[in-house]
Design a binder for this molecule. Structure first.
Ligand code: F6R
Length: 609
């Protein structure tokens, strides 16, 4: 949802900013731009489209300098165009601003500035910032004072950076709501929306708090809080490596992340499980409190909500806690009822999703406790929740979430079993068998990954379709939703997921010989009911693609295509079913020539409501 980078140092400014932007491209790719101070001269380049377009432009019109800011955009106010691309400038073109977020009062500010004689060239909310800074500098304030006065006028949420010809070799920054980090390498300083942008250079970073602002210069970083008091920089080592944020030998990051899932599971298992006990070292809630939780309200968005829907079943089954789920954007506005024994669970890969964060704040406003399942434990949600559980999926950059999803489901499973064990709910033998099955999951996932050739064949068939239906029941109803979401977001084929039992109540009308139906029917209690769904679709000429437990000859015979998963307990099947569904979406998108890591109109980390 827009990414910003800034750099002061002696390396090639163009390359450092470009590499930073490339690592942030998952946040938006409608346009990109850069502004660089060369001595006291400010020079800007902008291009519509992906960062490769800006790179081409820089080849023909290079930039030199030693302080600069850059931006990759996910359009909110104004269509993707060169004019609307950041950095935005004042009328004299000597101040440049890049911004991630939304200035909610921009219309009012714009009208005021127009009255003052400022000429706006773009449709963006961001453009008010350089004009405001300019206005205060013309009133006689120093660049630093003008920056602070500008911040005081801006309402909404933002991470922003500004440079000015009058403040040579100084980059101003501020954070309110949207993430921003400051980093240092060898006598060089950077700022960025996310850590991957600084990994090639930086060894230490500071995660800014809300309302902090300041500047970087060649000599260091100065940070102030919202009251204007100086803050001691809290440097932390950067533990990510270049390989962690690179696609390596894979064609796309999404594929790399799909293949990382067995390793993620092994990491989670190693931390959470010893011979008999489940551990949550980072969980701040004590066992007495956990045993007393009467109700859990799960709020999340997109894929994370799909994981939450599986988690709800685990909580009911293994922890005997009544649980409900809702989209964060709905939950926070429907005046949710609070009771003393309710816990709100937020689930988020990024920990920065505006809707989920707003849900956390809504819960806190109602004095409800919040537990968040997060991949990014340095995120805003991590800071604002009462307790957190770390997903341990490793950095996920592909816009379509894969390894974070399965890590969410696995951690929800462990959490439910942990609470269940505090309450002595699961008989020892049953518990031992389930834990043994969980330990076997990484190898079973590896086995599924080997079936990619079969999945490619199905993708070849799917690639020419316009509509698809995904059906599942109980544990795999959310799998159907997730399979459909993956397919539509990266291949642009319309896909809908339904609970199998609901099929005949309406969606069945959609089935024809041109509408494939994906039947998720692993072994277990609901398999027979899924066969009924298969028959319903088959008798309307739907092409059947089934996901079955290996050796299920009966369903194989009835299917046009099938994908097998290894035998496992029904409750664990969504963890395995996710893998072929991800691969099916991936290979279908590839067969259609789509840019898998940069699906149109989307961005990872949706930091606006
Ligand atoms: C889909 C996808 C999104 C995210 C959603 C929430 O593949 O990635 O649906 O799951 O935007 O994001 P987080 O988990 O960061 O809150």
């Amino acid at each position: 949802m827009c990414g910003i980078v800034g750099y002061i140092g002696s390396k090639s400014i163009e390359s450092v900013l470009l590499v930073g932007l490339q690592k942030l491209e998952y946040r938006g790719y409608d346009s990109a731009g850069m502004a660089v101070l060369n001595g006291d001269e400010l020079v800007t380049r902008k291009a519509v489209g992906k960062i490769a377009e800006l790179e081409k432009l820089l080849k023909s019109s290079p930039l030199i300098g030693n302080a600069g800011i850059a931006h990759t955009r996910w359009a909110t106010h104004g269509e993707p165009s060169t004019i609307n691309a950041h950095p935005h400038l004042n009328n004299q073109k000597d101040i440049a601003v890049v911004h991630n977020g939304i200035f909610e009062n921009y219309a009012k500010l714009r009208a005021e500035l127009v009255d003052d004689g400022y000429v706006f060239v773009s449709e963006t909310d961001t453009e008010v910032a350089p004009h405001l800074m300019d206005k205060y500098m013309h009133e006689g304030f120093s660049s630093e004072e003008a920056f602070v006065r500008m911040l005081k006028r801006l309402e909404g949420q933002y991470a922003l950076a500004a440079i000015s010809e009058k403040a040579e070799r100084k980059i101003f920054f501020a954070r309110k709501g949207s993430p921003l980090i400051i980093a240092r390498g060898n006598n060089e300083y950077l700022l960025a929306s996310d850590i991957p942008a600084v990994v090639p250079i930086a060894h230490e970073a500071i995660y800014l708090e809300n309302d902090q602002w300041g500047y970087i210069t060649p000599a260091g970083v100065t940070i102030f809080n919202g009251n204007g008091e100086k803050v001691e920089p809290a440097w932390q080592a950067v533990s990510l490596s270049v390989e962690d944020v690179d696609k390596g030998d894979f064609e796309y990051l999404m594929l790399k992340e799909i293949y990382e899932q067995p390793d993620v599971f092994e990491r989670v298992l190693k931390t959470r499980l010893d011979d008999t006990f489940i551990h949550f070292p980072e969980l701040k809630f004590n066992k007495d409190y956990l045993a007393r939780i009467g109700r859990i309200l799960i709020q999340a968005c997109g894929t994370s909500l799909n994981a939450g829907m599986i988690g709800r079943m685990y909580l009911e089954q293994f922890a005997h806690i009544s649980a409900e789920t809702d989209y964060s954007s709905e939950w926070r506005y429907r005046n949710p009822l609070a009771s003393g024994d309710s816990l709100v669970v937020g689930i988020s890969q990024s920990g920065e999703t505006a809707d989920t964060l707003a849900g956390v704040r809504e819960a806190k406003a109602k004095f409800m406790r919040v537990l968040s399942f997060l991949n990014n434990v340095n995120s805003t949600m991590a800071r604002e929740s009462d307790a957190l559980i770390e997903l341990m999926a490793g950095t996920e950059i592909g816009v379509a979430s894969t390894k974070a999803f399965t890590a969410q489901v696995l951690n929800l499973l462990f959490f439910s079993l942990y609470v269940g064990s505090i309450k002595w709910l699961l008989p020892a033998e049953e518990r031992r068998e389930l834990l043994d099955e969980i330990r076997a999951l990484p190898d079973k996932m590896r086995q599924i990954l080997k079936s990619h050739e079969r999945i490619k064949e199905i993708a070849e068939f799917l690639k020419d379709k316009n509509d698809t239906i995904f059906l599942g029941r109980t544990y795999n109803y959310p799998s159907a939703l997730e399979g459909a979401l993956k397919l539509k977001e990266i291949s642009y084929i319309h896909a809908s997921g339904y609970a199998g039992g609901e099929f005949k109540h309406g969606p069945l009308a959609l089935v024809s010989d041109n509408v494939p139906v994906v039947i998720i029917a692993p072994q277990g209690d609901i398999r027979a009911k899924m066969i009924s769904n298969l028959k319903e679709a088959q008798s309307r000429k739907g092409t059947i693609i089934s996901i079955i437990t290996e050796g299920d000859e009966e369903i194989k015979k009835e299917s046009d295509f099938y994908i097998e998963i290894p035998k496992c307990a029904e409750s664990l099947s969504p963890l395995l079913v996710a893998v072929p569904l991800q691969l099916l979406a991936y290979y279908t998108a590839i067969a259609r020539g789509c840019d898998v890591d940069r699906p149109r109109n989307l961005a990872k980390s949706v930091t606006v409501e």
